[in-house]
Each structure stands twice: as C-alpha cells, then as structure tokens.
Design a protein around this ligand. Structure first.
Ligand code: ZN
Length: 173
C-alpha cells in the first residue's frame, strides 16, 4: 500500500499550478515507470483518475479508470486508460454540474460545471493515436484531469461558495 500522504501533491504545492510539458518519448523508461505508478496509486486510492503533476511529475499524461467505487457508486466500468498529450477537439454546447473531489484537495467536494460530451485525442501508452467521444461521468473525469495539466484545480471552477462543501456533509460518499 502506497502512503498517499507522501505520494500525492496537495493543494498549495506549486507543481499543481504549472503547465505540464508535452511527452516527447513515450518509450522512456522513467515515463513508463511513472505510468505504472499512476495506475497503482489510482487503484489504491480508489480514484477514478490521476494526473502526473499530482505525483510531482510535470508531464502531460494522466490515467482514467472509471469504475463503481465507494466515492462514486454510479461510475461506469472501464479499463484503466493512460492518456498522453491529451486534448479536447470538440465539445457539446451543453454543460452539466456535478460533484467532484480530488486526491490533491482532501476533505472538499465541489459542484463543477463541465461539458456533457467531448471528443478527445491522445496517444495511448504504446504511442498509438486515439480519438474517442466521451460523455457524462467519463467526460467529466477527462476534463478534471486535463485541468491538472494546465495548473487548474476543480475548486477554481466552482461558481459560488455554496457549491463548495466539506466532504463529510455530503450524504453520498
Ligand atoms: Zn484532481
């Protein structure tokens, strides 16, 4: 079991506010280890996604691993997916608000507006180009993780103070 307090950069750490750099060489051993590390932390933390800057590695890559879990009982099941140099190429006009939390912002939940549907492009861990349409919860995770690569936290997107609450005051989770 990884000690999450030591591993995960917490709000206030300047690395969470940086623009992460593009990944140039996917075969780099250090980057491959980073990907394995992100996968295992996401699993241990019961997270649905984690971005490289959260483990103090300022590269444009993250893991999305949506699955039903105590924090998100309605999450759809999907294989843990590594997304490298990810970007949004188009999005729905429709925006939906829903609750988010973050391993780097312990103890808080916020109602965050996100695009309902997005078309995304990224390289997978083998360097293969991928294009996908994501919707609802998975689209939300992608947008949350992409923000991490641009130095943005979900608390920055909460529109009013009532939309930010202590985790324990929510009946779900
Ligand atoms: Zn986060």
């Amino acid at each position: 079991m990884i000690n999450l307090d030591l591993e995960i950069a917490q709000v206030g750490n300047p690395i969470l506010r940086q623009q992460a750099q593009l990944v140039q060489d996917i075969t780099d051993e250090k980057l491959q280890q980073l990907m394995d590390n992100l996968l295992s932390i996401a699993r241990d933390a019961n997270g649905v996604g984690i971005a490289a800057p959260q483990v103090s590695e300022s590269y444009r890559l993250f893991v999305i691993c949506s699955h039903p879990n105590p924090r998100y009982p309605d999450a759809p099941m999907m294989e843990p997916t590594i997304m490298i140099n990810p970007r949004i190429v188009s999005h729905s006009d429709e925006i939906v608000k829903d609750w988010e939390g973050c391993l780097s912002v312990p103890g808080l939940r916020g109602l965050v507006p996100r695009y309902k549907m997005i078309t995304v492009e990224y390289l997978d861990r083998y360097g293969k180009f991928q294009q996908q349409e994501l919707r609802d919860f998975v689209a939300r995770i992608f947008q949350h993780e992409l923000d991490h690569l641009n130095g943005i936290l979900f608390i920055d997107r909460v529109e009013k103070s009532e939309d930010l609450v202590e985790k324990k005051s929510l009946s779900v989770s």
